[in-house]
Design a protein around this ligand. Structure first.
Ligand code: ZN
Length: 198
């Protein structure tokens, strides 16, 4: 996929209803706010994207990339912006080169026996990190932004990122993969930081 707008997204047909009443000048759509844990949408299993979602998805994709790049992050799932839909955007931008991937209805169809441990963070748990053990390689089946069915085999950071984003679609956060003790510590620290936020 090419030509994804970086940060500033302009569109005449805003995803937010209020934007449609804007002046004839193309409006700069505000960045999508990212939900912070704990939040019920982040814990819910998202529903599959169906054909009638197409218009909403088309508007949503550039806005999700904009929010992700702005954060900055390497992946963002729709539930993180309050939409309980099975879709996510990913760009691990290796060597500073952008490689945006849109995942609609993604599923892991194979994973390696071999595991890898990697430090993970999440835009919904800002400034919190923990080492998470996951399969080192995965094969993911998904639809792209045009509805074309695709498969992607990944290892390294991309494999971790894909599993992390697909977890979001099932209401699972990276802290659900670590001990209750560590998870509670992180959630308390996060709550405290959020309370202290100006
Ligand atoms: Zn996340």
């Amino acid at each position: 996929m090419q030509g994804v707008p970086a940060v500033e997204v302009t569109s005449a047909c805003g995803y937010i209803g209020a934007m449609s009443n804007a002046s004839p000048e193309p409006a700069t759509i505000p960045l999508l706010p990212i939900l912070i844990a704990p939040h019920p949408v982040l814990k819910a299993r998202a529903r599959r994207v169906i054909t009638s979602d197409n218009d909403a998805i088309r508007d949503l994709i550039p806005r999700m990339f904009a929010a992700m790049y702005n954060a900055p992050g390497i992946g963002l799932a729709a539930p993180q912006v309050g939409l309980s839909l099975r879709m996510a955007v990913v760009d691990i931008a290796e060597n500073e080169k952008r490689n945006p991937i849109v995942l609609v209805n993604p599923e892991i169809i194979a994973s390696s026996q071999e595991l890898s441990v990697r430090e993970e963070g999440c835009l919904s748990l800002p400034n919190m990190f923990a080492e998470v053990t996951r399969p080192a390689r995965v094969k993911v089946r998904f639809e792209d932004e045009s509805g074309v069915k695709r498969e992607l085999e990944a290892d390294g950071l991309l494999a971790t990122c894909l599993q992390h984003e697909i977890d979001h679609l099932d209401g699972v956060l990276f802290v659900d993969h670590i001990s209750a003790l560590k998870r509670n510590m992180i959630m308390r620290k996060l709550a405290k930081e959020q309370r202290l936020k100006p």
